[in-house]
Design a protein around this ligand. Structure first.
Ligand code: HEC
Ligand code: HEC
Length: 648
């Protein structure tokens, strides 16, 4: 067991940041009289003392936020990170036995697939061509006669979304003994079919990167992953249930979970049961737990013996981790025994069963299985908290190495931080986002302004298409209940911009393919100028100088950390087969899969290999989205060119 402590450095005490609820409410109360109170949504947040918002500093100077109140559950941080990395990359977690978190977050923490990635969300009357391969000509989705004038003639407005393909629409029946596949039935819902053949469903928003997401107080584009983790759902205190089972003096008791600074744990328990992303509809946590605990960790995937976290456990004779490093062992090592050691058999609600035969084999559970959502959330959060990319050339430049940036990149840094571009108003500090702990918890912020929380109205899509932070969570609570009603409508989380070169397409709708297109969007002060879609921050932007725009793009590309670009530790990972659209027998005719007779008429997947990589990384850089669109790098000069076949 000692190896965990040796392989993975524990969190350094001086990298601890604990923000208590008391401090939070104190900050918010004090700031109610801030001069920024009058500012509407969309305005850049103010800075400490009312000066300009925080300039960019090296990311290593910012402590990694630590969850508050997690020590009660955790006993070994190294094992926790290992468990989180294995779960995040394990394809067996999806109901189809083939969909991992990483399926949509494999590329610099995001997704750059081109095929079958278009969604036409239900509230928009658009039809997209299914199984389409995106091309450079498709971008931007909102195309204007003059890209520098948002009132010029609209040449095209597709209102589609470039999202991420998840699972087929199916209804959950049960798990199957010792199998990663689950039993289910074909869903009868509205999922997309092509000539009667079902295709994988696609998310209604673009996939953001998990790298540096630990710095966001709230996650998701609409912030619905609460900063408080309550153990089973993403929605924090909206969830009234006592979601953990604790062993006290031999008795199992229900206990409420309340972990602060834990948005990533809240987030992680969302996709696992989501019927578009990973799950057949109706699957519940105890079933997923029972399935995963019976399987070899990463049993369908290669793990490099050089993997910075999992390497010493890798099965060098086969796939996945060696059988002795089971999920159960990782949980037992990472978490305190009062959360997993009871051997009493329970029903799904946690009540002891009178006798072993009182319920079917897949209907009786252990304490470990019933606490699995808690373990899942905390472990994945701990892994993601290691994905911090603070070694870009911009960081070196800011730390005093004046040669680290070219003159044009250095000019771009100036443009980014100057008033004309307004970039810093919403993308401030080392984290390059106003949604960071540093920004949200500073003194003087008006809590009623979504901008103080890093959410802005920038007119990427019309408000009626996606209301963002103005929406409600699954318990019916407003995602943002402060200030004037409706003041959060159409606001979205300002994303961090590190490694943005590698994470196209951009914005919550994935409607821009290149950083040049993004900068043009800002230069024209956003899209959809009528209907209140534009907050004040975006209206003040002045980027009329073509040289400044070009320098800005160069600067954004200098925010890439080479460890991300080459997938060096901590960004190394197991192999993954990614479904990259469906096989077509002739254009528009999808081949029907015959692999599983239970599900009628499903499209045959086209699998693409994301190879395993160890701590030293790849010899070639990751391919950008733009390069993939243009076919650059398919000769082996880029990693993840999506042209290696894979047999899952
Ligand atoms: C089918 C694709 C898909 C899968 C599978 C998936 N995600 Fe995501 N992920 C997305 C999309 C799309 C979003 C943005 C959704 C939104 O904001 O409404 C997202 C958002 C996130 C974010 C928020 C980042 C930010 O800046 O707000 C994190 C963190 C994340 N996912 C982690 C995970 C984890 C952990 C899992 C597995 C438990 C997972 N994802 C599974 C597509 C996926
Ligand atoms: C008023 C606040 C605001 C200002 C000013 C602003 N941004 Fe943004 N930025 C956002 C928000 C909010 C998003 C996400 C919008 C969405 O997807 O709906 C975003 C998204 C982006 C993205 C896409 C990132 C991704 O992963 O999809 C880039 C790149 C970007 N901004 C760069 C800039 C630059 C460069 C400037 C200065 C010219 C700038 N921003 C000015 C708020 C702002």
């Amino acid at each position: 067991m000692r190896q965990w402590g040796m392989t993975i450095p524990k969190h350094h005490p001086n990298r601890m940041l604990r923000i208590s609820r008391t401090l939070l409410s104190l900050t918010l109360t004090l700031s109610a009289t801030s001069p920024m109170a009058a500012q509407g949504p969309g305005g850049p947040g103010p800075a400490p003392g009312g000066g300009p918002p925080g300039r960019i500093i090296p990311l290593r100077d910012v402590p990694v936020p630590q969850p508050g109140g997690a020590d009660k559950y955790i006993q070994d941080q190294g094992a926790l990170i290992a468990l989180g990395k294995a779960l995040f990359w394990d394809m067996q977690a999806g109901s189809d036995g083939r969909t991992a978190c990483a399926t949509c977050h494999f590329h610099a923490g995001a997704d750059h697939r081109l095929r079958n990635q278009l969604a036409s969300p239900a509230n928009r009357s658009v039809t997209v061509t299914l199984n389409r391969v995106l091309s450079a000509d498709d971008f931007p989705f909102h195309q204007l006669a003059n890209p520098l004038n948002n009132s010029s003639e609209v040449l095209r407005d597709t209102r589609q979304v470039a999202g991420s393909a998840g699972v087929f629409e199916r209804v959950f029946r049960d798990i199957l003994p010792q199998s990663e596949f689950e039993d289910g039935a074909s869903g009868s819902g509205s999922a997309a079919t092509l000539a009667g053949v079902k295709l994988r469903q696609v998310t209604a928003r673009n996939t953001p990167s998990v790298i540096n997401a630990v710095f966001n107080v709230r996650n998701f584009w609409d912030g619905r992953a609460s900063s408080t983790f309550t153990g089973a759902t993403p929605f924090g205190d909206s969830d009234p249930n006592a979601n953990a089972l604790v062993l006290v003096n031999g008795d199992l008791r229900r206990e409420s979970v309340h972990i602060t600074n834990a948005s990533l744990a809240s987030q992680a328990v969302g996709p696992a049961l989501n019927a578009v992303e990973m799950s057949y509809s109706g699957r519940q946590w105890p079933k997923l737990a029972k399935k995963m605990l019976a399987l070899t960790a990463l049993g369908r995937q290669e793990v490099s013996p050089d993997d910075s976290v999992l390497g010493f456990m890798a099965n060098t004779e086969g796939k996945g981790l060696r059988p002795e490093y089971s999920y159960a062992l990782l949980i037992q090592t990472a978490f305190r025994p009062e959360y997993w050691s009871s051997t009493t058999l329970l029903d799904a609600g946690g009540k002891p069963l009178p006798e072993a035969g009182a319920a079917g084999a897949t209907e009786r559970y252990t304490q470990m299985e019933l606490n699995f959502a808690l373990f899942w959330g905390l472990a994945i959060q701990a892994y993601e908290a290691t994905l911090v990319s603070g070694e870009s050339r911009v960081d070196r430049f800011l730390a005093g190495d004046t040669q680290a940036l070219t003159p044009r990149e250095a000019l771009g840094l100036q443009v980014f931080q100057a008033g004309g571009s307004q970039c810093l108003g919403c993308h401030q500090g080392a984290e390059t986002t106003a949604a960071s702990f540093t920004n949200v918890f500073r003194a003087g912020a008006n809590p009623n302004n979504p901008g103080s929380h890093g959410f802005f109205r920038t007119g990427v899509t019309p408000m009626e298409d996606d209301i963002g932070l103005g929406g409600r969570d699954d318990f019916g609570q407003l995602l943002f209940a402060l200030g004037r009603p409706g003041n959060a409508n159409g606001t979205f989380k300002s994303p961090g911009l590190r490694n943005v070169e590698l994470t196209g397409p951009y914005f919550h709708d994935g409607g821009q393919a290149t950083l040049e297109q993004v900068v043009d969007f800002y230069a024209r002060n956003g899209d959809f100028p009528r209907g209140g879609n534009l907050g004040p921050g975006i209206g003040r932007i002045n980027l009329n100088n073509a040289g400044s725009r070009a320098a800005l793009v160069d600067f954004l590309k200098a925010l890439t950390d080479d460890r991300v670009r080459f997938e060096r530790a901590p960004f190394d990972h197991p192999s993954l087969c990614v479904p990259d659209g469906h096989v077509e027998t002739s254009p528009g005719v999808v081949q029907v899969s015959e692999s599983d007779p239970r599900f009628a008429l499903s499209g045959e997947d086209k699998w693409s290999l994301v190879p395993a990589v160890g701590r030293g990384g790849n010899a070639v850089p990751l391919q950008t989205f733009e390069e993939l669109l243009r076919g650059v790098g398919s000769d082996g000069s880029r990693a993840h060119a999506m042209n290696q076949a894979c047999v899952p």
